[in-house]
Design a protein. Sequence first.
Length: 64
Amino acid sequence: MLTVKKKRKAQSLVEYGLILALVSVVAIAVLQIMGTQIRQTVANINTKLQNANAYSGSSSALTN
């Protein structure tokens, strides 16, 4: 038989597992919902950085 202390420890582990599962499900749902917006934002930033590089004469200080 499990002692009371061991039962409590097992219960705590199960509770932590359930919390972790819930957080994972919420994170996946948020990424699914926001994924398109995040991709568009990153693409816009990338385009602006490329345009800024083109306007600067397309010479980089790192290559000099």
